[in-house]
Write a protein that binds this ligand. Structure first.
Ligand code: ZN
Length: 226
């Protein structure tokens, strides 16, 4: 087992605790994966294992066709979707899937989340789009994710009648997008109950997104770069 795979087993196991902490998952639903840089491999959650029992050594390593190459347990039932995304989107280093409640309510109604909040413009660059209905198994979910997010600024897609898939340069970035997607979905829902949320002008969405993606946060110093 390479050092890189060992490091990613630890990272991916640890990031699953964030899904629990932010109340994005129930029972064993939801999963995180990470691409192994420079190799056609990914590290993903095992299927059907309680969040309390997830550890670095029971994460599963698969190739990018979803075939297990290292690990004693079956990988997540969403492995084919993660693998499809990694094959089709070379810049993606992490994928997350949840059925988080507010975001999935929008998916159940077949509605994209319009951009009514500056925080949404920051993270998603506009609406959070709706992807197609697709049955689990095979490549249909992966195809729907890639078709919806290709050329879109949003790192999150609401798969119709199903739930949320997010992508990121790293698994941590994809987890952050899943947390922010649920936060935005919740606030947008609350706003709808009060009245008709006001849109943000497209040029303001563009400038908010550019600022957040390029300027926001602490100055990068070599010791803090991860
Ligand atoms: Zn699902």
């Amino acid at each position: 087992m390479s050092d890189e795979v060992a490091r990613l087993r630890e990272t991916v196991a640890g990031l699953h605790a964030e899904l629990v902490r932010y109340n994005l998952v129930a029972w064993t639903s939801g999963n995180v994966s990470a691409r192994v840089p420079g190799r056609d491999l990914m590290v993903i959650k095992p299927s059907g294992v309680s969040y309390d029992d997830l550890r670095p050594d029971n994460m599963v390593v698969c190739d990018l066709d979803g075939v297990v190459v290292e690990g004693d347990l079956a990988p997540s039932s969403d492995t084919a979707a993660h693998a499809y995304v990694y094959r089709a989107m070379p810049d993606v280093g992490g994928v997350v899937h949840t059925h988080s409640g507010y975001a999935t309510a929008w998916a159940a109604c077949g509605q994209a989340i319009p951009c009514h909040l500056t925080a949404q413009a920051d993270e998603f660059g506009g609406e959070i789009p709706l992807g197609p209905f697709a049955l689990i198994g095979g490549d249909d979910i992966g195809k729907g994710i890639v078709a919806t997010l290709s050329g879109h600024r949003s790192p999150a897609v609401l798969m119709r009648n199903h739930g949320v898939f997010t992508i990121g340069r790293t698994a941590k970035a994809a987890v952050k997008a899943a947390v922010m997607c649920e936060d935005v979905a919740r606030t947008a829902y609350l706003a709808r109950t009060l009245g008709e949320p006001a849109p943000i002008a497209a040029e303001h969405v563009d400038s908010l997104h550019a600022r957040y993606q390029n300027v926001y946060g602490q100055p990068t110093v070599p010791s803090a770069r991860r």
